[in-house]
Design a protein. Structure first.
Lengths: 112, 112
């Protein structure tokens, strides 16, 4: 089945040690999103790619970066994770011009 | 900034009863609204959506009502079941912005 896959499901990283989360999709959607969801809070958009164009949210810290090497893959890089970056990170995709968003199952990041 | 919010953070209902989850939004330019269900440790699961040119939409056991006059959105779940226990988020798609903004979330608990 076409879907959005996030790996790993659970990630533990050390304080200050760079970490990369990945998202892949078989839907051929041209828009990909990264959301951060902290405990008991709503998902908060960090940035999104419209094709190859990167769109950062104004309040996303510089510590968060993203790469999209091709249509299928998108990565979230956290350069120096802090304790406050512990959260669920959700990837979502969409085809421009449509309203159908598809979410992955998320990666739960723990910072120790 | 403008956001989508919810009136009640928690809601408990008896199994078999109907439940209503409410959402207030402030961006009159939003043209599409989605209700998501999120179970613990999982990504948001699409429940039902509605476009701004509609007032009501029905699915299987769920109905979404949109009142643009007072910028209010509600999700009605009929004959609730234990499997309906989850956090429910409303989300709005801002016309032209190509991104989904989530509301605060309501935790629905179904009592046996």
């Amino acid at each position: 089945d076409a879907m959005v896959i996030q790996n790993p499901r659970y990630q533990v990283t050390q304080f200050g040690k760079p970490v990369t989360l990945s998202c892949s999709q078989t839907l051929n959607h041209n828009v990909m999103y990264w959301y951060q969801q902290k405990s008991s809070q709503a998902p908060k958009l960090l940035f999104h790619y419209y094709d190859k164009d990167f769109n950062n949210e104004a309040d996303t810290p510089d510590n968060f970066q993203s790469r999209r090497p091709n249509t299928s893959f998108c990565f979230l890089d956290i350069r120096s994770p802090g304790l406050g970056d512990a959260a669920m990170y959700l990837c979502a995709t969409r085809t421009s011009g449509s309203y159908g968003y598809t979410f992955g199952s998320g990666t739960r990041l723990t910072v120790v | 900034g403008e956001s989508v919010g919810l009136h009640l953070p928690t809601l408990s209902v008896q199994e078999g009863d109907n439940s209503i989850i409410n959402c207030a939004y402030s961006n009159s330019a939003s043209d599409y609204f989605i209700w998501y269900k999120q179970e613990s440790g999982k990504g948001p699961q699409f429940i039902i959506d509605i476009r701004s040119n509609m007032d009501k939409r029905q699915g299987q056991r769920v109905t979404v009502l949109l009142n643009k006059t007072v910028k209010h959105l509600s999700l009605q779940i009929a004959a609730t079941q234990p499997g309906d226990s989850a956090v429910y988020f409303c989300a709005e798609n801002k016309r032209g912005a190509q991104k989904l903004v989530f509301g605060q979330g309501t935790r629905l608990t179904i009592n046996p």
